[in-house]
Design a protein around this ligand. Structure first.
Ligand SMILES: [Zn+2]
Length: 261
């Protein structure tokens, strides 16, 4: 299974660029949309942050390298004299540059103009940006739009528009990895012990994460968004939640967000 790391610029006490919009908030909306799109297509995703918390660049890079993904991207938005999208990749080009190009194509399709693919050299001659230089896998930094430009910020001033950017990034990732843009439905698991029929629950929230194992530190492998009825085969306690294992084999969900039928 392919793995992707999604960095989220700034957060917590660091707002990033501030103009008509606050960069850290826009970055997170794009990153969450990118993750959701990828997860639904069978890609495992780890994010730098999933809420408005402070994660240092060093922490994010370490988290990324420990996860050992196939690709990494970091969501940012811009400020200071300009308008349009831009994407940074490594001076070495190769896969990072292909990823940058694939993402750019998708962003242009949204109607956003592009300032192009960029590289930035540091004083030692290697890549200036730590997220590109110090991550082991190919990595890019996406700058969606300018939060302080009186027209450009309107490309990203609603949840829906931010989602469109995040999904465009995801499509660029899929193309780079050679993964079809198709929602995956996990087949039922046929390995249950005889006699274990499980029990039914109804989902009571609009978006419930599916994790690989029972606990908040397991990676997200999917999301339930249909408030539907699911079969739970096994329960485990961890991190203050009771977790239920889905019969489909997709993973574990927090039963707090379900009602037993
Ligand atoms: Zn930024």
């Amino acid at each position: 299974m392919s793995k992707v790391y999604v960095g989220v610029g700034h957060g917590g006490t660091d707002p990033g660029a501030v103009g008509f919009l606050v960069e850290k908030e826009v970055n997170l909306k794009m990153a969450l949309a990118c993750r959701d799109y990828l997860v639904k297509r069978g890609v495992s995703v780890l994010m730098a942050r999933e809420d408005d918390s402070s994660v240092t660049l060093t922490e994010s890079i370490n988290k990324c390298n420990a996860y050992n993904p196939d690709l990494a991207l970091e969501c940012h938005n811009n400020a200071g004299k300009g308008n349009g999208f831009e994407v940074y990749h490594s001076l070495n080009g190769v896969t990072g540059k292909i990823l940058a190009k694939n993402i750019e194509e998708e962003v242009i399709r949204l109607g956003q103009n592009s300032r192009g693919l960029k590289t930035r050299k540091g004083s030692t001659g290697s890549d200036y940006y730590g997220f590109i230089r110090l991550t082991v896998c190919p990595a890019v930094i996406c700058e969606g739009a300018f939060v302080d430009h009186p027209e450009d910020y309107k490309m990203i001033d609603t949840d829906e528009k931010c989602k469109a950017f995040g999904e465009a990034y995801a499509r660029g990732v899929l193309k780079t990895l050679g993964i079809e843009d198709t929602v995956i439905v996990t087949p039922p698991d046929e390995t249950e012990p005889a006699g274990n029929k499980g029990y039914l629950v109804k989902i009571t929230t609009d978006a419930l994460n599916i994790r690989r194992g029972p606990g908040i530190n397991f990676e997200k492998v999917g999301m339930i968004t249909d408030r539907g009825v699911y079969t739970i085969m096994e329960e485990k306690e961890a991190d203050g939640y009771t977790w239920g294992r889905l019969k489909s084999g997709a993973g574990w969900i927090a039963l707090k967000y379900t009602k037993k039928l």
